[in-house]
Design a protein around this ligand. Structure first.
Ligand SMILES: CSCC[C@H](N)C(=O)N1CCC[C@H]1C(=O)O
Length: 358
């Protein structure tokens, strides 16, 4: 079981315990998905001696089954119960891993329960070692999530895009993803015309018009695992400068993809992109990293940026998504999901990468 692997790793690194709140780490280790815990304390307590127990609100009595659990009811003080579990597990101090995204109010109360005897460390510093390397089951789920976004791309090319508002198109993409999968991995980005110069543009009221380049960035989830794709399409023939930019981004993406090999550092893949874009004279307009690890979270290790020190291994999955963004003109981004397989990169997303003019 993954929890056993995690406990061994925790011990190896001299940690005494871990407190894990709901999210992808809890799901990864236990298969338990807690929907909307909100302000009610929910935490998996793990000790390096091998003990573990979930403390959860009684609302989840029908969700958590066949797992050691203590429930608390509204009106009770969950921190008293947490203190009992910690005492039972002989966790009265020491080095404790804490879920990186834990709510600050929980953390403050946990700090009190622990009588300041704990030193806190971020859970991701240990669990990343496990999550970064995907097994066959995880990769199969990611392949499925990737197929969904490829299909949605084919489908959207047949829609009547001219005159549609960005936010309408984003909603249509979201619905198409939800039809075919377990849900979206993030809110779709639809960035048209000059809005495409903003890499994380929030789709708004702008209507798509002739001559626009439109960045479409969206993802699906399957069994918890994410895909993330970006394609840039043209509505009618765009400005020649944008066509040139498109070709530079396509070339940069291809070079980075071809650079992927077992043993290469993530920053070398990033370097392939940066060099291609800089040579074409657009270096200052590539304003983000080349990519990010992908799995249960849409952004996770290994990050593919200039500071990426992870040596790539078989089973690692990440995006390659260079972009060029010119304020006042627009932008282009092309993104694929890639797995390191048999020592080389293999694309999971396969939608057309040539410039499509609809
Ligand atoms: C989770 S929202 C952004 C999804 C997108 N595919 C993405 O990861 N990026 C867009 C610009 C750069 C990159 C990022 O690192 O945020």
């Amino acid at each position: 079981m993954l929890l056993d692997k995690f406990i061994s790793l925790m011990k190896e690194r001299n940690f005494d315990g871990a407190l894990i709140s709901p999210g992808t780490n809890l799901y990864y280790l236990t298969g338990i998905h807690i929907h909307e815990a909100g302000e009610r304390l929910t935490v998996l307590v793990v000790s390096a001696d091998g003990d573990y127990r979930l403390l959860a609100p009684s609302l989840y009595e029908n969700v958590v089954r066949n797992f050691p659990v203590t429930f608390w009811r509204d009106g009770e003080n969950p921190y008293d119960k947490l203190a009992w579990i910690l005492a039972e597990f002989h966790l009265s101090g020491g080095r404790l891993l804490i879920e990186d995204t834990m709510r600050a109010d929980w953390l403050i109360n946990i700090f009190r329960v622990g009588n300041r005897g704990f030193e806190f460390y971020s859970l991701s510093s240990v669990i990343r070692e496990l999550r970064m390397r995907k097994d066959h089951r995880e990769i199969d789920y990611m392949k499925h999530a990737a197929k969904v976004v490829d299909r949605v791309f084919e489908e959207l090319l047949s829609w009547d895009l001219l005159g549609m508002r960005e936010r309408e198109l984003a909603l249509k993409i979201e619905l198409a993803i939800r039809e075919l999968s377990d849900g979206i991995s993030f809110e779709p980005i639809v960035a048209s015309g000059e809005n495409a110069a903003n890499p994380h543009h929030a789709p708004g009221d702008r209507r798509l018009r002739k001559g626009d380049l439109v960045i479409l960035d969206y993802g699906a989830k399957w069994k918890g695992y994410c895909s993330d794709i970006t394609r840039t399409i043209a509505l009618g023939r765009p400005d020649e400068r944008l066509v040139e930019i498109y070709e530079v981004v396509k070339e940069a993406q291809e070079r980075a993809y071809r650079a992927v090999r077992e043993g290469i550092l993530a920053r070398e893949v990033d370097g392939a992109v940066r060099e291609t874009i800089a040579k074409a004279g657009y270096g200052e307009y590539f304003t983000h990293r080349t990519g990010h690890g992908l799995g249960l979270d849409v952004h996770e290790e290994p990050y593919i940026g200039p500071d990426g020190n992870v040596a790539l291994e078989n089973g690692m999955t990440f995006t390659i998504e260079p972009g060029i963004y010119v304020p006042g003109l627009g932008g282009v981004r092309i993104e694929d999901d890639v797995v390191v397989h048999d020592g080389k990169g293999k694309r999971l997303t396969r939608a057309e990468r040539e410039l499509i003019i609809v």
